[in-house]
Design a protein around this ligand. Structure first.
Ligand SMILES: *[C@@H]1O[C@H](CO)[C@@H](O)[C@H](O)[C@H]1NC(C)=O
Ligand SMILES: *[C@@H]1O[C@H](CO)[C@@H](O)[C@H](O)[C@H]1NC(C)=O
Ligand SMILES: *[C@@H]1O[C@H](CO)[C@@H](O)[C@H](O)[C@H]1NC(C)=O
Ligand SMILES: *[C@@H]1O[C@H](CO)[C@@H](O)[C@H](O)[C@H]1NC(C)=O
Length: 786
């Protein structure tokens, strides 16, 4: 009974506290609320905004795919309004200039998405007053005129998307000087002129999409854009030379342009290439057959060109290849068996060549030979005799075509030996996957992902990104021993310092099995979401690949560096001056519980069975507790033994039938162990000792106050309120129960810890004890890992 009434009193207390917090964090300056209502009016009250009125609490509304307002410290940082597709133009009374003038009264906007709203007229240069702008997406409107010069001062701009408008004229040179531009998308407009050479300097560019405009002339040299993954130039008048691009390209679309060159040999070494569309140009020369077996390729379209060469039935193809269009070229020989076999869902088109394939309409061989001559391929004089197959082929067709296939074979041979040589020189590392492979193009253009990271910016962490190996080498002085922090079953840990001064912790995982980077995509996506103020959060990753098959040799995971040692070092290893006060211990416990709650419920799928240990809880400069070692599937898969059952962790065998429903309770047990050490103030050496202490705690909970105090760490036993202590002991005992089903949920744990904090706090402010002395920072730095 007493317990029940105490709980209801405290429930009120906690509720009031929570409400206060909520209200505090989500208030919006009233001037900004008025601005939003003005915007509603200027947009002619579109349906998507019909829920807005004078009473709306803008910062508290649930974000949807068409309407999102995000606030940070009473100011709007993100505004997404997406109207109906094919929205008509706004009435003649609309003025783009006054609309933008209103918009810039939201000065902290970082992300602005105004899609399909019928906006018309030239984009006003005043938009550059939004100096924090990082993402601007104004697709599917009726913007006309040119891109205003003033945008050039938006140096934080990472993403500029103006697809499906009526913008015209040349693309300005200064776009190439936006320092961190990563996505530039101007699809479906009426731009013309040549592409500015300054694009060669957009070194952070990942996506360049300019399809369906009227661009002409040569494509600038993009070979220095090491992060470029998506190049979409479809349906312009560009050419005639094949564009120079970096090797990290994932998607390359050149269809419907005026390219007339040969396809350069290095295209066959674009190991990340998934989608290649060269259709409807006039590419000439040999079709590089190695394209069919590129390790990542899934879509290959070379239709409607003048590509030559003899295909063999035993060519190899990437099994993932889902679409191949070879139609309307000058190919001879056999359609490769690997294209016919395999998946039923694969589409293979090859009409209008000179292939010896029965059913689809093919030209006679002479047609392709004559045409090939007509496009001016010089016949190679054949001297080689070493490849019997090639010789046979030569004697059959002779001349031109055979020469070409010999060329292809010779090229393959050269490539083989070349890669073998490099292999010998440096047995593991040749290509390093420095920047890009973590993201597919879909991943990049997924606005939700980007805005999610933006929100997390509030954590004070930089956005998740890929690191280059050079950067990590520089940060660790080439992985010098002085940067080495230790090694465990889940890889080696290094400490490093980035150019900008930030300290980082790097976990280096050597891959045991050979996988392509694509196999790691979902792991990387999960890791990139593991960001929370009570986790040692991931800042990014870096792949290192083998040259020969481009499988991943090592993965580096980069984490924030947490400088203040382990929770244990502040409790049971601490010198008296360094010991946490009771209040600080409770907040550390709350922090750990919040971290666990996030791991279980904050991401999908949840991360369970984290084998939490007090030595894996780190404290930052403000003594905020952060979990440093959690159960990343990537780590578990690669570790010697999967799963982890420590001598006294209470872990259930993962194959046990209790798995699933109760997997969250394993972490609760481990949390109980941490709580126990927090209370008694010394490390526990065995399962036996834990059980003994648990029983003692259980006994003293109902005994008198002095009995309880006798069990508490002497460093804090005078400063803790009995009520608070009793609550902590109760939670601890329940977390350590043998039967997982009887252990409390993480929410229950949190509720009780917060209660313990509340009563302790209330008592503190009454008593004259004053605030606890804040301890000096320890001089040693320590970071643990497992
Ligand atoms: C404002 O909108 C809400 C629903 O969105 C509605 O319940 C409320 O009556 C409206 N208030 C006014 C003053 O129009
Ligand atoms: C933009 O479109 C409007 C309305 O169609 C037209 O009056 C105006 O002249 C256009 N401006 C430019 C720069 O093309
Ligand atoms: C490019 O577009 C602008 C504006 O539409 C037009 O005035 C100009 O003539 C065009 N230039 C060329 C070469 O097509
Ligand atoms: C930009 O808006 C378009 C249209 O809604 C959408 O498809 C695209 O994903 C958006 N991109 C970003 C990065 O917000």
């Amino acid at each position: 009974m007493a317990r029940a009434s105490r709980f209801s009193q405290c429930a009120l207390l906690v509720l009031a506290y929570i409400l206060l917090q909520v209200n505090h964090s989500e208030q919006l300056q009233s001037s900004q609320a008025q601005t939003l209502l003005r915007i509603q009016g200027l947009l002619n009250n579109p349906t998507v905004l019909s829920s807005w009125n004078i009473t709306t609490e803008f910062c508290n509304t649930e974000p949807t795919s068409s309407l999102t307002v995000v606030c940070y410290e009473e100011s709007i940082t993100q505004l997404h309004i997406v109207g109906n597709k094919r929205a008509p133009t706004l009435p003649l009374s609309f003025s783009m200039d006054s609309f933008v003038t209103t918009l810039v009264k939201l000065p902290d906007l970082k992300v602005l998405r105004l899609v399909s709203l019928g906006l018309w007229g030239p984009l006003s240069g005043k938009i550059s007053r939004l100096s924090s702008l990082e993402i601007l997406n104004m697709s599917s409107n009726f913007l006309n005129g040119s891109v205003p010069q003033e945008l050039s001062i938006l140096t934080s701009l990472q993403t500029l998307i103006l697809d499906e408008n009526m913008l015209a004229g040349r693309v300005p040179d200064w776009l190439g000087s936006l320092p961190i531009l990563a996505v530039l998308s101007l699809r479906n407009n009426m731009f013309n002129g040549t592409l500015p050479d300054s694009f060669s300097y957009l070194e952070n560019l990942r996506v360049l999409a300019l399809s369906n405009n009227h661009f002409y002339g040569e494509v600038p040299d993009f070979s220095g854009l090491t992060y470029l993954q998506v190049l979409d130039l479809e349906n312009n008048a560009l050419g005639p030379q094949f564009p120079k691009v970096g090797k990290k390209l994932v998607t390359m679309i050149l269809s419907k342009n005026k390219f007339r060159s040969a396809i350069p040999a290095e295209v066959s070494s674009y190991y990340q290439l998934q989608r290649l569309d060269l259709s409807s140009n006039r590419f000439v020369g040999p079709f590089p057959q190695a394209l069919l077996s590129l390790p990542s390729i899934t879509y290959l379209n070379i239709a409607d060109n003048k590509l030559t060469g003899k295909l063999f039935d035993d060519l190899s193809c990437n099994p993932e290849l889902g679409f191949v269009d070879l139609s309307s070229n000058l190919l001879t020989g056999q359609l490769p068996d690997c294209l016919l076999a395999g998946s039923k869902n694969r589409v293979v088109l090859y009409a209008r060549n000179c292939l010896a394939a029965g059913n689809e309409n093919q030209h006679p061989l002479s047609f392709c030979q004559n045409e090939a001559l007509a496009v001016g391929i010089l016949p190679l004089q054949k001297k080689q005799k070493q490849v019997s197959k090639a010789v046979l082929a030569l004697s059959i067709i002779g001349g031109i075509i055979g020469g070409i296939s010999l060329f292809v074979i010779a090229f393959l041979l050269v490539r083989r030996t070349k890669s073998k040589q490099t292999m010998k020189k440096t047995p593991t590392r040749v290509i390093q996957e420095n920047a890009s492979t973590g993201y597919t193009s879909k991943f990049l253009s997924d606005a939700r992902y980007i805005s999610q990271t933006m929100k997390l910016g509030a954590l004070g962490l930089p956005a998740y990104r890929t690191f280059s190996l050079e950067e990590l080498e520089e940060a660790t002085n080439n992985f010098d021993t002085s940067a080495f922090m230790g090694e465990g079953s889940k890889g080696q840990m290094y400490r490093g310092r980035l150019k900008n001064g930030t300290f980082i912790a790097i976990r280096c995982l050597k891959m045991k099995k050979s996988h392509s980077t694509r196999n790691f995509m979902h792991h990387i996506e999960l890791i990139s979401k593991l960001r929370h103020c009570h986790l040692v959060s991931a800042l990014g990753h870096c792949f290192e690949c083998y040259f020969d098959d481009s499988s991943v040799s090592r993965i580096f995971l980069i984490f924030e560096y947490v400088p203040n040692g382990t929770l244990r070092s502040w409790i049971s290893e601490g010198h008296a001056w360094q010991s946490l006060t009771w209040t600080q211990r409770i907040s550390a416990a709350i922090g750990v519980a919040r971290g666990i709650q996030f791991l279980h419920t904050g991401i999908v799928p949840g991360v369970f069975s984290n084998n939490l240990k007090i030595t894996d809880i780190l404290l930052d400069q403000n003594l905020v507790a952060k979990i440093s070692s959690y159960n990343l599937p990537l780590l578990a898969e690669n570790a010697e033994k999967v799963g982890h059952v420590t001598p006294y962790s209470g872990s259930i065998n993962p194959t046990n039938s209790a798995r699933g429903k109760l997997e969250d309770k394993i972490d609760i047990y481990d949390f109980g162990l941490i709580l126990l050490e927090i209370i008694v103030g010394r490390p526990l050496k065995s399962r036996k000792e834990v059980d003994l202490l648990k029983n003692q705690l259980q006994a003293v909970i109902t005994a008198d106050e002095s009995a309880r105090r006798s069990m508490v760490d002497p460093a804090v036993n005078k400063a803790c309120l009995d009520e608070s202590l009793k609550t902590m002991m109760e939670v601890c005992v329940r977390c350590l129960l043998k039967n997982p089903a009887e252990r409390p949920s993480v929410e229950d744990v949190l509720w009780n810890l917060q209660f313990a904090a509340q009563v302790q706090d209330a008592w503190h402010s009454q008593s004259s004890e004053g605030s606890p002395i804040s301890p000096p920072w320890p001089s040693h730095q320590h970071l643990s890992f497992h």
